[in-house]
Design a protein around this ligand. Structure first.
Ligand code: ADP
Length: 445
């Protein structure tokens, strides 16, 4: 920091006073004062010139400031200190950037920075390997470099709450998982992981379950056929064998159901989502499912209601039948005789909701997040009694995901359960046939 300015001013005044005094003695006051001022000006110009020279030299290579006393010495020191501080800050920043670059270069995961114009700003070496990027790609739009339609849809959508899986552009046999995060002002950070080993394991598991279920189907059908024949001819059976044969038949039916559900799940996991979509009228579909539920669980004398407004949903009819029937059959299975089951459809801000609700036993909150896991059952014995496989809600979740929909479960013990399927607006066919407009609520039992 510059010292107090007064000593410098004093020194200046002293020089001028001395010049004035000598001028007085010689009778040349004005001349000597002018000479003194010219000297001061020359000295200042000389120091300014040295400062300029030094600033130019130090820009090429840092060097010590010129020696000077007084005000000019302070100016040199001040500038020198500022320069040093700035240099240190710059070196610190560079070392951080170097470290960040070195560590990201060592990563197996590709890291890409995309600016707000959607152009590639920076990426690490793994991105070259996984995505086939080259140095010349800097400042090119990412969507020109990665042209996979699945990626383009994901990237343009802007909702990055779930990662995307897609084959690597450079080697289709490798599987990548891509995640994107927004940062700064409209910039994006993209992380790409090679998940080939995990994907292979997952495929192996899926194939294994699919193959085992397929292989078990024939033996179980044969066993059930024989058991059925035995039960059809129960009067020829030794009475001690009737109960065991009945139980064997019951359990093999259960096994058949599990195999059927496992095969359905495998199909849902392996079959690509069809681009072909049929328009499905929701309330007539619910009405058909209600009839099937009444056929299966008629002895429980449930009150079935169908409510709300119908809509045309684009999707796969068989899959939607399977998902919604699982919900309705569950309601019928778990709701005690005489209970009420309501199937409804209604438009919402985000699209359309199909709801299946009952006034059955309800579900404790800690189970709700896990209900769609395979083989997860709230109560093992209750589920076994009802012939449940523990796969129904897993099937529902898969089918809904294939229709860009999601499942919401609201339930409280003793107050019944509500299963809501939220379909997005893009699944709705715009025009609904007038003849299928809202029907009044009606009791169908
Ligand atoms: P399950 O074949 O055992 O019914 P699901 O996957 O369909 O298997 O359902 C998982 C569990 O969720 C069931 O075991 C049951 O405990 C519970 N559950 C499902 N629907 C209902 C319902 N409507 N009311 C009460 N509990 C239900």
């Amino acid at each position: 920091m510059l010292r107090d300015w007064r000593p410098h001013l004093n020194r200046l005044l002293l020089v001028l006073a001395a010049a004035g005094l000598v001028g007085l003695l010689l009778g040349l006051v004005v001349e000597l004062l002018a000479i003194a001022l010219a000297g001061i000006l020359a000295y200042s110009t000389f120091q300014l010139f040295r400062l300029h020279q030094w600033l130019q030299a130090t820009e090429r290579e840092p060097s010590n400031p010129p020696e000077a006393r007084g005000l000019w010495g302070d100016v040199y020191d001040g500038i020198y200190r500022l320069q040093r501080r700035e240099r240190e800050a710059r070196e610190h920043l560079t070392s951080i950037i170097d470290k960040a670059q070195e560590s990201t270069a060592a990563l197996d995961m590709a890291v890409l920075m995309i600016n707000r114009q959607g152009e590639l700003e920076w990426w690490n070496q793994a991105a070259n390997r996984l995505l086939g990027l080259q140095a010349a790609d800097r400042r090119r739009p990412l969507t020109n470099l990665l042209r996979d339609p699945k990626f383009l849809e994901y990237y343009d959508n802007g909702d990055y709450s779930h990662p995307l899986k897609m084959p690597a552009p450079v080697d289709k046999s490798r599987m990548l998982e891509i995640g994107v995060t927004w940062f700064g002002e409209g910039e994006r950070l993209m992380l790409v992981r090679d998940i080939t080993p995990l994907h292979r394991l997952e495929t192996m598991r899926r194939d294994f379950v699919g193959n085992v279920s397929h292989e078990l189907r024939t033996p179980i059908t044969v066993i059930m056929g024989y058991l059925e024949t035995l039960l059809d001819n129960r009067d020829t059976l030794d009475s001690r064998w009737i109960k065991p044969v009945e139980q064997m038949y019951q359990q093999s039916r259960r096994m058949e159901n599990i195999i059927r559900d496992l095969l359905t799940l495998t199909q849902l996991e392996t079959k690509p989502v069809s681009r072909e979509r049929t328009a499905i009228d929701t309330l007539p579909l619910l009405s058909e499912i209600r009839s099937d539920a009444q056929n299966l669980y008629g002895e429980k004398q449930h009150q079935f209601h169908i409510e709300g407004e119908t809509a045309l949903l684009q999707g796969n009819r068989n899959e939607l039948y399977s998902a919604l029937s699982n919900l309705v059959f569950n309601a019928a299975k778990y709701t005690p005789p005489g209970g009420t089951i309501i199937l409804s459809g209604k438009r919402s801000d985000t699209g359309y909701i199909v709801e299946v609700s009952d006034n059955g036993p309800g579900i404790e909150s800690q189970h709700i997040p896990r209900l769609t896991e395979r083989f997860y059952r709230v109560d093992e014995s209750r589920s076994a009694d009802t012939g449940g496989t523990g796969l129904g809600l897993a099937i529902v979740k898969h089918v809904l995901a294939r229709h860009n929909a999601n499942l919401e479960i609201i339930s409280e013990p003793g107050k019944g359960s509500r299963f809501l399927c939220h379909f997005p607006t893009e699944r709705l066919v715009a025009e609904v046939d007038k003849s299928k407009q809202p029907k009044p609520a009606r009791s169908l039992r």
